[in-house]
Each structure stands twice: as structure tokens, then as C-alpha cells.
Design a protein around this ligand. Sequence first.
Ligand code: SF4
Length: 351
Amino acid sequence: MGGRLTAALCAPLLQWYRENARVLPWRENRDPYRVWVSEIMLQQTRVEAVIPYFTRFMQACPDVQALAQAGEQTYLKLWEGLGYYSRVRNLHKAAVRVCEDYAGVFPQTYEALLTLPGVGDYTAGAVASIAFGQPVPAVDGNVLRVVSRLTADTRFVSEPAVKKDMRAQVQAILPDDPGAFNQALMELGALVCVPNGAPRCDGCPVRHLCEGAARGLAASLPNKAPKRARTVAERTVFLLRCGGRVALRRRASSGLLAGLWELPGTEGRLSPAEARAYLAAQGCPPDRLLSLRPAKHVFTHIEWQMAGYYAEVAACPAEAGLTLVTPSALRAEYALPSAFRPFLKVLEGEL
Ligand code: SF4
């Protein structure tokens, strides 16, 4: 356990933020819709990766009404490649709620925002403070790291009680412009008090107030509980061609990548002979079968190690539960999770 945050941080941090804040498309104004969409996109995704997605999303769905009216394929396609698809499903559900329950006007309080699907503590705090100037903190992983270093706090930041305490510490020192202060803390975490043991203390505007730096602990903080080991699952994935079309399958409506399209496949790594037999048993015996380069994809708690086959089949019976689409439709209309992308390389030139 370390010290406590001091309100003396506010002035130098805000001054630094005014001079150094990055120009980002969602900072053009304080429109709650833009703030909300950007905050959801930024969860688990880097700023540079989010910018083109955000721009495209705003062109297709410029306001909460447009998002509420968007069809599932439209918003999934806009999210394609960002991962964690439940984020965009919840965005859509929340947009519908804002339109139905709040006549299309964003609720302004932290408590009301918290009731929207997919909006947790952090997002409610970010939208309430940035868009509406409400005096509430917005504490994400970046801020937890900065606070633990500033106060030389050695407790596990992943513990709910520690998060709650750090949130209370930020709350206690919030200045007049809480939105700017919350963003300043996050920006400090993104640009100066960076992760992976490499804080840039020499260029830090609050170094004179930092207990972690003074005690030589900064690089070793924050302390995190050891991560649960990832499960490894072996799979076989088929890029199935039937005439000029490619076979897709819808995933189950719950669990990993729920309800998304996928390339058909099965559990386990099948040999070429087993792959032929598997396809024959599905009613699609291949005329031609080629091994593709194996691929892996890492999710939060599981890693897929995948064997891949390109198979040309004469027909796909309805019982196989497959949807045949042209490569151009696949590119334009169907959201395919990144895990399957490596197997599409064989279609290059068409996709
Ligand atoms: Fe982070 Fe170093 Fe600044 Fe402390 S002095 S807040 S550890 S960058």
C-alpha cells in the first residue's frame, strides 16, 4: 500500500494536457454519441487501430438514431476485425434503448448511463464527465497504472477493492473540468506513464509529485495478479469452394464469437485423409483438397491452433447448414472474425 493522490496534481497535469493532447477524431467536439462509440472501440484496442474504424462508423452511423436503425450485418461489418463483437452488439442495443426510452437524447448522469447495455463504470464515467461535465472519475487500466505509480501502491490493481479505492481517490481530487482531467490522466498513461515497465519519467509533468518515481518503484508497478493460463484448442477449418462461391456457417448464438459467420470447421486437427472423410460425412465429398498453412488465433482465454484445407466440392446439401456466398459478397457484406482471415489468402485476387 502506498500514499494517496494529491490535488496538487491537477494544475500541472491539465496544463500538460492542454499542450500535448493528441488530435483525435472523437475529440473534435463533446458529442456524447461520438465519445461513447470511441470509448467502446478503445476498450482492448489501440488508438491507431481505432481511428479508421471510428471514421467509417461515423460515416455509416452518424448519430444514435442511425445506429439504432442499422441492421445486424451492417454494424457487424463495420466492426469486422476489431474483435470482441459483443461490444458492437451492445452498442446497437444501447442505441435502441436511447431512442426508445430517452427519445434519442443521451441520458446525462453517470447512474443513467450505467443502465445502458455494455456501459460499465469506466464508460459511464468517461461519457458523463467528457460530454456532460459531470464530476465522476473514469478509471481504466491506464489510469490504474498511473495511480499505482503516482502513489507507489503495490496492491494488485486487478482486485475490485483496489480499483474501487483508486476510483475514490480520483473522485476526491477532481477539479472543475472533470472531463479534461480524466482525459489528461488517460493521456498521461498513453504517452508518458506507459506500460510494460517503461515509464518516461524524465518528461513527466508530475514527476515532482510521484512517489513511485521517488522510491524507484515506477517501472515495477502496477502489480497484477498472475494471469490464468490460456486454454489451447485445436481446430480444422475449411475454405470450401462450390462453383464460384465460398461456404460460410453461422456460429451458435452464445459463447465465443456468438452469432458471427465463420468458415466451416470442426474440433481437432484432421489429417488430409480425415479431412476428406469429414467432408464426405457432411455430404460434401471434395473433388480437390489442398492443405493450407496452419494458423493460430489468440482470444482472451483461449488460443485456437488451426489446420486449414482448401476444398472444392460439387455440391453442399442443405443439411450441411452452409451459406454459399460470392467472394465479393463476403468482402462487402459478411463480417468474418480475424481468426479466419489467414485462410482467405488462397482467394487473393478475388477478395
Ligand atoms: Fe509515471 Fe514516471 Fe510520471 Fe510517475 S513520474 S507518473 S511513474 S511517468
